[in-house]
Design a protein around this ligand. Structure first.
Ligand SMILES: Cc1ncc(C[n+]2csc(CCOP(=O)(O)OP(=O)(O)O)c2C)c(N)n1
Length: 550
């Protein structure tokens, strides 16, 4: 028990909701609180115990987004304190990121004083309704003294696989009520898979001739990285990353790695057409972007899904699904299948890009890959340059790569700051478009204030290249407004938030600027003027018969 208590009328020493809550948060390991405060949170935030740290985000998308990065690195739930409906609305895109990335955030927001809530006072909040589609649980306690127990329940649920955010709305007058102490409980965080389904996977692999594995982000959620590498080597199976991966979950330079799957039905099915058994590990079947109809997989191929998510199992477009812990399932399969051996052709290394002016994204990423520490972490948000990044960045360690989970921009920069705060021993690099960075630009200030030495590389092409690529791909044409973003000086913006920044224009300036940034041990922004254009709609060209919206 911490803190300040008071005596009730009977002379007994009692605690308040506020004190019991801080004790609970401490016991659950949630002593770093991310937020943006308002009047309805002040009774909670006042006199915060000295062993707690409050991380202020200047915008709620940033506060919740940094919390998300911090949680990914810490592998524990993180406590977020937003302000009423105002702030929950602003933070919603980070909340949906947490939903899709399975990140356990315990999000709280202040509510107006219960005693006049009925009359809808200023700042009365229906924040729960706003957050509801993207959280596992919404609650506003019926009694003040239920607040700590509601937070505990939220924590246990957030940590259940698949992990995810929960939302609790707390009236501002609750914190001073009397409250009984609350002991934390042990709640299991692993669900064992159904062995009968896994036996079907084993027999399909043993009777098949040419298996492939598809690796997805749940491999990292379930700590299955090494098990998956062992299974791939045991089966000598080709390995593909899931489409538009929010995390990389297989060593990029491994001889069995064949690259990423395309996010559209027919092209993806074509990529896997030569395999007779495909086992999808910790991913959806499948995440698509452009609508290119076809079979999810060729009918001759046996398809299996090993997932920690009942939702993903139910939503799969085809295949047999096993729900449960991915590491346990992969271990079971490896220890029951026969080993396979075959000669493996190493993939050809990517061609060395030329140092052109303007700098190409391919050149940028080939240089970055050469100079960065091997255990660096990438938090990426550079829509039209994803292909170049994918082709040139070779990261082989777990926890090395994070990207936008559901296409909503604003994820990358705050996630990078949160990851860097929790990973003082690994350098976090954030390659980000000059459009994308504007959605959560205030995170630059947080990086400086938190002394988080993240390296932000802005790919400055002064337009929305990815959208122009989509216009071409879907034959919408280029006569669309709002595609250009000229006149943004990223160096001045970063300096305005207190961050060291530098412009890079010539290819020969790039490597020295990167080396200086890695040597500096402080947050730094490089604004790199890059060629417009980039990859055409996630690597797909017109030969895949895209939809025509003309
Ligand atoms: C919050 C949000 N608003 C708008 C979009 C639509 N959108 C997708 S890509 C893109 C362009 C991003 O520009 P930039 O970061 O400069 O990358 P580039 O396309 O130039 O590679 C936009 C606006 C989105 N995905 N998310």
């Amino acid at each position: 028990m911490s803190g300040i208590t008071f005596d009730n009328l009977m002379g007994q020493t009692v605690s308040t909701v506020r004190e019991v809550t801080y004790d609970l948060l401490r016991d659950l390991g949630m002593t770093v609180i991310f937020g943006n405060p308002g009047s309805t949170e002040l009774p909670f935030l006042r006199d915060m115990p000295a062993d707690f740290k409050y991380v202020l985000g200047l915008h709620e998308r940033v506060a919740a987004g940094i919390a998300l990065g911090y949680s990914l690195a810490e592998q524990n739930a993180v406590f977020v304190n937003l302000h009423s409906i105002a702030s929950t609305g602003n933070g919603l895109s980070a909340i949906q990121d947490a939903w899709y990335l399975h990140v356990p955030l315990v999000i709280t927001a202040g509510q107006q004083d219960r005693r006049h809530l009925l009359a809808e006072p200023f700042l009365a909040s229906r924040a729960g309704e706003t957050a509801r589609p993207y959280v596992k649980w919404v609650y506003e306690p019926l009694r003040a003294e239920d607040v700590p127990a509601a937070i505990a329940r939220g924590y246990y649920l957030a940590m259940q696989p698949p992990k995810g955010p929960v939302f609790i709305s707390i009236p501002m007058d609750d914190w001073t009520h009397e409250c009984q102490p609350l002991a934390i409980r042990q709640v299991s965080q692993t669900v064992s898979p159904d062995l009968l389904v896994l036996d079907q996977v084993v027999s399909a692999l043993d009777s098949g001739r040419n298996p492939a594995l598809v690796v997805g982000s749940q491999i990292e959620e379930d700590g299955a990285w090494h098990e998956v590498v062992a299974l791939a080597e045991h089966l000598s199976a080709d390995v593909y990353q899931e489409p538009i991966p929010p995390r990389w979950t297989f060593p990029r330079s491994h001889r069995l790695f064949r690259g990423g799957l395309l996010p559209a039905q027919q092209p993806l099915a074509d990529q896997l057409a030569n395999y007779d058994v495909v086992v999808v590990l910790g991913a959806r079947i499948f995440l698509y972007y452009a609508h290119v109809p076809g079979h999810p997989i060729t009918p001759e191929t046996k398809l299996f899904q090993i997932t920690n998510s009942a939702v993903d199992a139910a939503a799969a477009a085809a295949g047999t699904s096993s729900v449960g812990n991915v590491a346990a399932a992969v271990h079971y399969i490896r220890t029951r299948t026969a080993a396979r051996h075959r000669a493996i052709e190493a993939s050809a290394p990517p061609t060395e890009p030329k140092p052109e002016h303007p700098i190409t994204p391919a050149y940028l990423f080939s240089v970055l890959n050469r100079v960065m520490p091997r255990h660096a972490v990438i938090a990426e948000e550079c829509p039209s340059s994803k292909g170049a990044l994918d082709g040139y960045m070779l990261l082989d360690e777990p926890g090395s790569f994070y990207s936008v989970p559901n296409g909503v921009l604003g994820f990358g920069l705050p996630a990078a700051v949160g990851l860097q705060m929790a990973h003082p021993d690994r350098r976090v690099v954030c390659p980000i478009g000059d459009g994308s960075i504007q959605y959560s630009i205030q995170a630059l200030w947080s990086a400086v204030q938190q002394k988080a030495p993240v390296i932000v590389i802005v790919l400055r092409n002064s337009d929305y290249s990815a959208l122009k690529g989509f216009c071409d791909f879907t034959q919408v044409g280029r006569n669309v407004p709002g595609m250009d973003i000229p006149g943004i000086d990223m160096v001045k913006l970063a300096q305005g938030y207190g961050m060291s920044a530098q412009e890079v224009d010539r290819p020969e300036e790039l490597e020295p600027a990167l080396n200086a940034a890695f040597a500096a041990h402080e947050p730094r922004l490089l604004s790199v003027n890059v060629e417009k254009g980039g990859q055409k709609c996630m690597g797909m060209d017109q030969s895949v018969h895209p939809p025509n919206y003309r």
